[in-house]
Design a protein around this ligand. Structure first.
Ligand code: GLN
Length: 231
């Protein structure tokens, strides 16, 4: 075996905008915690990645259809996803939260009765909200990306939306005209998803690389780069 052999390139799907995990920078390059982490793990494990910003639900569907090799997109490890995919070891702690307009009086789930709530297709946050829909009597509308979901609340078409707390916090801190309100789900964790039973064991390579980049300080540097040391 030649040591010059070309490294394998894996096609990795991600969301279009899910800062601080993935977003296009000023030069239209994809950056963020997920992107940098994926690159660092690829380097540590000797493979290459081709990052495709497909949108969250589209990326998950492309993975299911075997059109791509993996998804890194602020994607919660859930029992349902573990049935379908090989989910990596957890790499970031998260929770689902609710956001409302800056001048909104909505403070809890009870205030949603008879109102419209904006959700993002195929997300853990949407599942969380849908599990509360009957009890609290709200209606829902879905969007394919977070920005359009937020805009529906900002314009007042919907009174609230549900998304991941670190993503909402980052967006609000960088100027999104929403505020956090109401409940928060139990904590959960982000993981990288790939097909089960791959002969190249991409899930295990990701986990091995994750261990390395945590041990050598790269992981902490990536998180600090986007969130500062205090977060
Ligand atoms: N964290 C959510 C999930 O896992 C949404 C991810 C995303 O929108 N990129 O479903």
């Amino acid at each position: 075996v030649s040591t010059q052999a070309a490294e394998k390139t894996y096609v990795i799907g991600t969301d279009v905008t899910y800062a601080p995990f993935e977003f296009a920078d000023k030069n239209n390059q994809y950056v963020g915690i997920d992107i940098d982490l994926m690159q660092a793990i690829a380097k540590a494990e000797g493979f290459k990645v081709d990052i495709k910003p497909l949108g969250f639900n589209a990326a998950v569907q492309a993975l299911e259809a075997n059109q791509i090799d993996g998804v890194i997109a602020g994607m919660q490890i859930t029992p349902e996803r573990q049935q379908k995919f090989a989910m990596s070891d957890p790499y970031y702690k998260t929770a689902v939260a609710m956001a409302v307009g800056q001048n909104s009086e909505v403070k809890s789930l009870k205030d949603l009765r008879g109102k419209r709530v904006a959700l993002k297709t195929g997300t853990a946050a949407a599942d969380y909200a849908l599990s509360l829909k009957a009890k609290y009597g709200f209606t829902t509308v879905t969007f394919d990306d977070s920005n359009n979901m937020y805009q529906d609340v900002i314009t007042g078409n919907s009174v609230a939306c549900f998304d991941d707390k670190p993503v909402l916090q980052y967006a609000i801190a960088t100027g999104l005209k929403l505020k956090l309100a109401g409940p928060e789900s139990k904590a959960s964790y982000y993981g990288f998803a790939t097909q089960k039973d791959r002969s190249d064991h991409l899930d295990q390579r990701f986990n091995a690389g994750l261990k390395k980049v945590k041990a050598d300080g790269t992981y902490a540097k990536i998180v600090a780069k986007y969130l500062g040391n205090g977060t």
